[in-house]
Write a protein that binds this ligand. Structure first.
Ligand code: KIV
Ligand code: NA
Length: 265
């Protein structure tokens, strides 16, 4: 298979291809994901929780993401590599440009940032400077203090309307991918229809253009926290890490993951 490029994302949306994404933090897992059909790999700031043992993503630094991105990049030959801008690295356009430049120089092909609002200006600033951007809306974990916990977003009509508007706005600002986290399936489906860029769901139902899970959740490791509804252990089913990746890719492609049991109505 030929390596994924940024323009392939728009082509995937046009063709209705389903995208399978997982997080990774090191070269060994990256290699196994890459060899078994994963399209997109994310070096998420979830590393603050699953690698470092923190209770949130807020302590993660740009140095942390750069380190893991460099390691993951060495393990990939085909999958597209996305890296998170950690908490406040995107607070201003200039800070975001500095951090994103380091992430691309470490091997990322795209950076992801959370939210809309003042982040729209950040997205435009990066995209104009040749930095591909993924947006991330819904349950944005860097908003945990304001949210008061990790809760499904967009349940009320006003919140759903705001989420739809934000999704259109991040695409308009130049984002080329949109992660939707913990939003009711019908809302994620409506947003996926409305935006011209691929949506990647996590706890966002089966109708997104792709799916993402945190590697450790996908392997059934105990996070030390209450297990969110959308988490599925593919290791038991797959029998090995490679088998789990193959089972996940197949389930994302044929639309059997997530089912109703792993989604919010
Ligand atoms: O940090 C992360 O792993 C993420 C995914 C959950 C989308 O942002
Ligand atoms: Na993240």
């Amino acid at each position: 298979d030929k390596p994924w490029t940024i323009p392939d994302l728009a082509a995937a949306k046009r063709n209705g291809a389903k995208l399978a994404m997982l997080t990774a933090y090191d070269a060994g897992f990256a290699r196994t994901l890459d060899a078994n059909g994963i399209d997109l790999v994310l070096v998420g700031d979830s590393l603050g929780m699953v690698m470092q043992g923190h209770g949130s993503t807020l302590p993660v630094t740009v140095d942390d993401i750069v380190y893991h991105t460099a390691n993951v990049a060495r393990g990939l030959s085909r999958a597209l590599l996305v890296a998170d801008l950690p908490f406040q690295a995107d607070a201003t356009p200039e800070r975001a440009l500095d951090a994103a430049t380091r992430l691309l120089q470490a091997g990322a092909q795209m950076v992801k940032l959370e939210g809309a609002g003042h982040k729209l200006e950040v997205i435009r600033f990066l995209v104009e400077r040749e930095i591909p951007v993924s947006a991330h809306l819904g349950l944005t974990p860097q908003s945990v203090l304001r949210f008061g916990g990790y809760k499904v977003q967009g349940r009320e009509e006003a919140a759903a309307k705001k989420l739809r508007e934000d999704a259109l706005a991040v695409a308009e600002a130049g984002a080329q991918l949109l992660v939707l986290e913990c939003v009711p399936s019908p809302l994620a489906a409506a947003i996926t229809q409305a935006v011209p860029i691929p949506t990647i769901g996590i706890g966002a139902g089966p109708d997104c253009d792709g799916q993402v899970l945190v590697l450790h959740d996908f392997l059934g490791l105990d996070s030390g926290h209450r297990r969110p509804r959308f988490v599925k252990d593919f290791l038991t089913e797959g029998g090995s890490v490679a088998g789990a990746v193959k089972a996940y890719v197949a389930a994302v492609r044929d639309g059997s993951f997530p089912d109703a049991e792993h989604s919010y109505a």
